[in-house]
Design a protein around this ligand. Structure first.
Ligand SMILES: Cc1cc2nc3c(=O)[nH]c(=O)nc-3n(C[C@H](O)[C@H](O)[C@H](O)COP(=O)(O)O)c2cc1C
Length: 287
């Protein structure tokens, strides 16, 4: 059998949230996977990440409990977001936690005068988070290359959950679990996932205004389309049997080459509060 192409591995890397129970895996495989993270690029080559691999079942169960609480907090306090239950973590062969170590930001460009502090603080944050994201992505690709599957969980992004994880895993609380990657054998086939047509996201030689997605389109995705686009096993919305029902007037915006035929751009807008009615408007609080 020939080796899979790198592009095949990229496409195979899927967020799977259902694992077969009862499997084990060798540390040699886990080391190869984590080594992919080690080879990620990072700003100033600071390697501002550490990888905690949990392969002891008892510890895995404690990490799982933290994520069950995290999922419940989403249900209670981030209403409308279509999260799935995290009980599947109990069936992982291992969980990799990617820690970010903020001290290393000092090695990124630093301002030499007061007026430039905000400028470089923002820039440092971008470099820091991108470096960690690259490591998480490399690990997920390493998992796919081993014929296993994984997910990318951002639960440690909430301070309280990070504190709980640091208690369970023993890292300093001022470091942060930016990404958690449960690894396992898939219990569901999840080969495909919605992606915008390449012709929409690829801009040749400058931003093409006809490929711009309007504010209203973002609103529609958030309020209505998101749970289906996140979880359905299809790359193209053309394949959905209920395409007309789900997309309605938004069909061309999501499936054609030009979501914005008029080519008109809009000024920046405030998306902090729900703007349209739909499933996600549950997040609107009563006070
Ligand atoms: C920064 C980031 C945070 C994410 N956080 C979560 C998460 O907390 N829980 C989860 O189930 N999936 C999470 N995901 C996975 C996305 O939902 C998933 O990548 C997306 O729906 C596309 O599906 P795919 O990974 O199968 O292509 C996250 C992905 C990224 C890049």
């Amino acid at each position: 059998m020939s080796e899979p192409l790198f592009q095949d591995i990229i496409r195979k890397r899927r967020s799977v949230r259902k694992f077969e129970p009862g499997h084990q895996i060798g540390r040699d495989v886990l080391e190869r996977i984590v080594d992919c993270g080690r080879w990620a690029p990072s700003g100033a080559n600071v390697q501002c990440f550490d990888f905690i691999v949990v392969d002891q079942p008892a510890l895995r169960d404690r990490v799982t409990e933290v994520f069950l609480r995290q999922a419940q907090r989403l249900v209670d306090h981030a209403k409308g977001f279509p999260a799935v239950k995290k009980t599947y973590l109990a069936n992982t062969v291992a969980i990799v936690i990617v820690l970010g170590d903020p001290r290393w930001k000092v090695c990124f460009p630093q301002p030499t005068s007061k007026g430039w502090e905000a400028e470089y603080r923002d820039n440092n944050e971008v470099i820091f988070l991108n470096s960690i994201g690259a490591a998480i992505q490399n690990i997920q690709l390493g998992v796919a290359a081993e014929g296993l599957t994984s997910a990318w969980l951002s639960g440690g992004g909430e301070a309280i959950i990070n504190k709980e994880l640091s208690n369970v895993l023993g890292y300093p609380e001022w470091m942060r679990a930016y990404g958690t990657i449960p690894i396992g054998y898939p219990a569901a086939t999840q080969n495909r996932r919605y992606r915008r047509p390449l012709s929409q996201s690829l801009h040749w030689n400058g931003y093409q205004p006809m490929q711009y997605r309007t504010h209203a389109q973002v609103d529609f995705y958030e309020s209505t389309l998101r749970p289906f686009a996140m979880y359905r096993d299809e790359e193209s919305l053309d394949a959905w049997d209920d395409r007309a029902e789900k997309l309605g007037d938004w069909d061309a915006a999501f499936t054609s080459d030009v979501p914005n035929p008029g080519g008109k751009l809009e000024p920046e807008a405030d998306f902090s509060a729900p703007r349209t009615t739909g499933q996600a408007t549950k997040r609107r609080t009563k006070d």
